[in-house]
Design a protein around this ligand. Structure first.
Ligand code: SAM
Length: 666
């Protein structure tokens, strides 16, 4: 990508002289109000050398004039700036330009930034295919209107200069951006070009920009330092920032500015520093070629584009992406409705995706092995194990493996309501050498299952010792648990029965996610429920708004917990309410008979935002304790998708993405 101006210096001179002529007319007139504001006539061939048939247009970022001031408090300057801007955008759109970069506003007063924002909004309508990038500094230093004689800002009258001020707040640029994009209703063709300073702002502000639609990273020469050999390099924090920003789904372009001329482009006579592909017509003798090689080594050509070479070097030496990133590459911030595995019968391919998880099944095997050992101490007989919601059988395999590794015999059951998965389960029982026809497969809704019929008494259903299930959603209780597990608890041994998992918790935190918010806004009003439903999504381009001062990590708080098995009295009361009889009390909260009210939860949590921002919704996660061994020296076996604990509890688990609860008004 290359940048180029839309208009020429001649146009700039024409505009400035028309402003000067206006001021002269005003001072010569007895009534200043009688002099009309300057009008800028349409572009002439002298004003621009951009032409529609330019083959490079798709790789060009055209820049609107940086010498205008759309946010000027002087109405004359704002008026002229708007005309220049409109001429430039309209002509660039006419020529078929795809990308336009616009200098961000340079004043702090929000009343004038809104004028700037309005001009941007109009220009988005002028060019229906143009993508606009607003160039803003990541770290605002002294933000002053350019006062030189070649800019329109320099011609603003003194009486209008009172609003000018110096921005010291690190969030100034972001506030400015937020105002512009809110005015433009999170327009999908409006993005940021961020200028990277040598000294980066704190990680909090780096994350804030990460969540925004970064189209370009502008790295000026002044951001580079020189290493011991005199080569330009970027410091370590900037390298880390680039690594992070380059993992955005829409990878930002990097533009180097003020790094000198491009050989062969700016100076057609200069050699281009690229290896020659031409083949010499005469083959050299071996002696000739050896001496040539020596000669070449001695006079290593000077790198004419050291900044570019360094950026290419960084690109080549990027660290590999974490497993979860590689797995989820296509799913980042992609909105999915949570699965409905009770109403729907999952496809084989969906099970296959679950089964790719390198961690989840391993952890289940450990949990079942620990539960088997504890159970075996109490019962000197084979342990009855049932996997409820067995799918294609991966947890059944893990139970059998746990039995083999502990040497504790099991009587294995697999319960599944999906008739298609049931076919596979039966086949697997016949063909899988580990299963070896030892598994009893039952096709039923687990809530209707009477329990295992053992060979010792084939007429009376027995009780299950260990009930294994994987029914959790991204927010723990948003799929099949806890209702299905409550419904099957009657088959679990009332004294010593173990449920794997034994408990799970839901967690959430406020986040900024402009990308998802923009997508939901863009869906239009036909999608009536779009703000009312949670979405499962691999949250990626977001910013945690509340960071714990103590740990420096996101403040992700626990909403509620569920445990299994439930105390029998709770289930007895639920059964009583289900019938709606006289003893059942009144009806439930939402008009039902109240059988499920023991599973209702609410919470009221307080979060403190570390700095100002926009909360677009809540990021939700879960944690679960699969099993806590009775031996207190052993740690509980847990799974987690909570970013604060997942590394420690179940690093590299990929089965669940987080959940996002959108806020309509943010
Ligand atoms: C999330 S999948 C887990 C499948 C498998 N355990 C695994 O880890 O790949 C949940 C399974 O539970 C089954 N299921 C859901 N509700 C059920 C119910 N009430 N009774 C029996 N099976 C059920 C679904 O059909 C699905 O196969």
């Amino acid at each position: 990508m290359m940048t180029r101006p839309i208009t020429s210096p001649g146009f700039q001179a024409r505009v400035l002289s028309s402003v000067d002529a206006y001021y002269e007319a005003v001072s010569a007139s007895s009534d200043a109000n009688a002099v009309p504001y300057p009008l800028i006539a349409p572009l002439t061939p002298e004003d621009t050398n951009l032409v529609p048939d330019d083959t490079m247009l798709s790789t060009m970022i055209c820049c609107t004039s940086p010498w205008i001031d759309l946010a000027s408090p002087d109405p004359v300057i704002a008026h002229v700036s708007r005309q220049v801007f409109n001429h430039e955008v309209a002509y660039a759109a006419f020529c078929g330009v795809n990308n336009i970069m616009i200098q961000g506003p340079n004043l702090e007063a929000s009343s004038v930034i809104s004028q700037y924002a309005r001009a941007i909004w109009h220009s988005l309508e002028v060019g229906p295919y143009i993508n606009l990038q607003i160039l803003l500094p990541m770290q605002p230093t002294e933000i002053k209107a350019a006062q030189d004689g070649l800019s329109l800002a320099g011609r603003a009258r003194d009486s209008f200069k009172t609003l000018q001020s110096v921005a010291t707040d690190a969030l100034w640029s972001w506030d400015t951006w937020d105002l512009i994009r809110s005015t433009c209703k999170y327009h999908p063709r409006l993005t940021v070009a961020l200028e990277i300073p040598q000294k980066l702002p704190s990680s909090e502000f780096q994350s804030r920009w990460f969540s925004e639609p970064l189209r370009t990273l502008m790295i000026p020469e002044s951001t580079f330092v020189h290493n011991a050999k005199g080569f330009p390099v970027l410091n370590k924090p900037i390298q880390a920032l680039l690594t992070r920003y380059m993992r955005l789904k829409t990878v930002p372009w990097i533009i180097l500015s003020n790094v000198g001329l491009i050989p062969g482009q700016d100076h057609p006579g200069m050699p281009v520093n690229l290896p020659s592909r031409s083949i010499s017509p005469e083959l050299p003798t071996p002696a000739q070629s050896q001496s040539k090689r020596k000669q070449q080594q001695q006079q290593k050509p000077k790198d004419l584009t050291p900044y570019l070479s360094y950026m290419r070097h960084l690109q080549r030496t990027q660290p590999p992406r974490p497993i979860i990133d590689r797995f989820a590459a296509g799913y980042q911030d992609f909105l999915q409705s949570p699965l409905q595995p009770l109403t729907d019968n999952l496809e084989s391919i969906t099970y296959e995706v679950f089964e790719k998880d390198p961690i989840k099944y391993e952890w289940y095997e450990r949990a079942v092995a620990a539960a088997l050992k504890d159970m075996h101490k109490k019962l000197q007989r084979p342990i009855v194990v049932a996997v409820v919601g067995a799918g294609r059988g991966p947890l059944v395999t893990r139970c059998l493996k746990a039995s083999a590794s502990t040497g504790i015999p099991v009587q294995q059951w697999a319960v599944e309501k999906n008739p298609n998965a049931y076919v596979l389960l039966q086949r697997r029982n016949l063909t899988d050498p580990l299963w070896n026809k030892r598994v009893t497969v039952v096709k039923t809704d687990m809530r209707a299952w009477k329990g295992p019929l053992l060979s010792t008494d084939p007429t009376t259903p027995a009780k299950v010792d260990i009930l294994v299930s994987e029914l959790l959603g991204s927010f723990a209780d948003n799929e099949l648990s806890p209702e299905c597990l409550d419904g099957v608890q009657h088959v679990l041994h009332p004294e010593h029965g173990i449920s794997v998992p034994t408990s799970y918790t839901a967690h959430f935190t406020p986040i900024a996610h402009p990308k998802i918010y923009a997508e939901l806004l863009g869906r239009g009003d036909a999608d009536k429920d779009k703000w009312e439903l949670p979405y499962v999504t691999m949250l990626h381009q977001y910013d945690d708004l509340c960071i714990s001062a103590a740990t420096g990590t996101p403040d992700i708080q626990t909403a509620w917990e569920f445990t299994h098995p439930l105390p029998p009295a709770i289930l007895q009361q639920s059964a009583l309410r289900r019938g709606g009889s006289v003893q059942a009390g009144g009806s439930g909260m939402v008009g039902g008979d109240g059988w499920n009210e023991h599973n209702a939860r609410f919470c009221h949590l307080r979060f403190t935002a570390s700095s100002r921002g926009v909360c677009h919704g809540l990021g939700g996660y879960f944690e679960t304790v699969l099993y806590t061994p009775e031996d207190k020296s052993k740690k509980p076996i847990e799974l987690s998708i909570n970013p604060n604990t997942m590394e420690e509890k179940s690093k590299d688990m990929i089965s669940w993405f987080p959940i996002f609860f959108p806020l309509k008004v943010c």
